[in-house]
Design a binder for this molecule. Structure first.
Ligand code: ATP
Length: 280
């Protein structure tokens, strides 16, 4: 049956690719010779198999109607399955592991994905863009957002506030977009309490401790004291991997591989029979 399908598909392709109008596409000799030229060498031996003649459009339609009539119902062209539910993907991991770099690339390669821009009271780093990397606000403005219950979660991270605006998530999910949230480990724990299993939690790790430290040093954004705090914290944070659904190693010079892995995770989640249904 499958082979029959493959044969008819090949013939269909040939009909579409018909090169000269003068050729009679139903002539078995011509089709046979064309098929032979299309087949890979490994399949050349199969060319002696009898060919099933091409079914033309009218015949196919007739057969389809006959099947409908036998079944007593019309074949629907509606999708057999609903669209997958929008996902919330929580990306977390130790400081300097490459969360920002990974998300930046991921949103470039996957247009249907929205990165929820976090509000923060920390200073803007060189190269960062207001509203793209973070919403940079003063401490007072941030506390105003907390009071108005505008944040899904917030935390004081290395002396600066960081929080996720609820409205952005609602807006993009209502449009059917998947959303990515970037949080530190503390934030991921809070979000797990809020979402339970209804969101996807991804832990980003470096391939080794020394590579993580080198990356943090290379970023040149922290003082020696601040580096010490981040590195010591990273050791503790690694213990939280077990609370995540997936772990992605972002190895030195292999950012693209890490991005591909996250894409595969999203694809697999979209193909799940039991979808995660999240409400914010
Ligand atoms: N796979 C990689 N190979 C080499 N360098 C990388 C890789 N991924 C990220 N980096 C670099 O490592 C540094 C830290 O990355 P990034 O700022 O994205 O980390 P982060 O996890 O978002 O940190 P933080 O939580 O402190 O904001 C950056 O200079 C970034 O360009």
């Amino acid at each position: 049956m499958l082979r029959r399908f493959l044969c008819t598909s090949a013939l269909k392709t040939l009909t579409l690719l018909r090169p000269k109008p003068s050729l009679n596409p139903t002539s078995p000799i011509q089709i046979h010779s064309k098929l032979k030229s299309l087949r890979p060498f490994s399949q050349m031996a199969d060319s002696r198999r009898p060919l099933i003649p091409a079914v033309d459009r009218a015949e196919r339609l007739e057969l389809l109607r006959a099947l409908e009539s036998s079944l007593g119902s019309v074949f629907s062209s509606e999708p057999l399955l609903p669209n997958p539910s929008p996902l919330i993907i929580v990306v977390s991991g130790p400081s300097g592991v490459g969360k920002d770099a990974l998300i930046r690339k991921l949103t470039e390669t996957r247009p249907g994905l929205h990165f929820v821009v976090t509000a923060t009271s920390r200073e803007m780093r060189p190269g960062e863009v207001q509203g793209k990397d973070y919403f940079f606000v003063s401490k007072e403005e941030f506390l105003g957002m907390v009071e108005r219950d505008e944040l899904l979660e917030y935390a004081l991270v290395y002396g600066d506030y960081k929080g996720i605006p609820k409205q952005q998530i609602r807006e993009y999910m209502a449009r059917g977009c998947d959303v990515v949230l970037r949080v530190d480990i503390q934030g991921a724990q809070t979000l797990r309490r809020i979402f339970g299993q209804s969101a996807v939690f991804v832990f980003v790790a470096a391939e080794s401790e020394v590579k993580l430290v080198e990356r943090l040093i290379g970023r040149k954004t922290e003082s020696r004291e601040a580096l010490l705090v981040r590195v010591a914290t990273a050791r503790e944070e690694m213990k939280h991997v077990k609370n995540f659904d997936y772990v992605v190693v972002n190895a030195e010079g292999k950012l693209d591989n890490a991005v591909k892995l996250v894409e595969s995770i999203i694809d697999a989640e979209k193909a799940k029979v039991r979808q995660r249904n999240v409400v914010v």
